[in-house]
Write a protein that binds this ligand. Sequence first.
Ligand SMILES: Nc1nc2c(ncn2[C@@H]2O[C@H](COP(=O)(O)OP(=O)(O)OP(=O)(O)O)[C@@H](O)[C@H]2O)c(=O)[nH]1
Length: 194
Amino acid sequence: MAIRELKVCLLGDTGVGKSSVVCRFVQDHFDHNISPTIGASFLTKTVPCGKELHKFLIWDTAGQERFHSLAPMYYRGSAAAVIVYDITKMDTFQTLKKWVKELKEHGPEDIVVAIAGNKSDLSDIREVPVKEAKEYAESISAIFIETSARNAVNIEELFQKISRQIPPLDPQEYEKTDAFKLTRPPPTSSKRCC
Ligand SMILES: Nc1nc2c(ncn2[C@@H]2O[C@H](COP(=O)(O)OP(=O)(O)OP(=O)(O)O)[C@@H](O)[C@H]2O)c(=O)[nH]1
């Protein structure tokens, strides 16, 4: 079975739960006291997708404004970007729109964009209506899903949706190589273990 390496970056405001989503996906773990990411962290996970294996090379970026200028290093060459907002904070949804604009202007042309409304376990204090987020995602042809890293809701589904949006390899590519690299990760990062 062919293994494809797919670079994926997570973008979004600080505190929306990017690291928690990645940590839940890769390690099936949730940490209430997780620290803010410094620079970016890198993790991988391989999942089956039809006749292929998708090895996600996941760059979890830091949401704090002071790290914003590093982001191009992580979305450059990405097959997909997951832009996360916190459903309990409308301002994080506005930040998400800025990320969409930046990706449109400077990101890869064919990048798959997934919008994840995280902290769905806190829907009693929701500020971002599902309808508004869904309609916005549709308007930019992005994947949309609400997740809860805390309760492990829709985390696998988020990455499955991304996998399904990646066009399968041309059969001739299988013959050329066992591992087909879609992207190359950026050279440096400082990492926080989650
Ligand atoms: N209730 C709830 N809390 C969550 C969820 N996901 C993350 N959190 C909490 O939100 C806070 C921030 O989570 P992080 O994963 O560090 O957020 P981040 O987006 O990576 O933040 P930066 O690294 O600063 O960009 C932490 O206290 C988490 O425990 C969730 O699904 N539900």
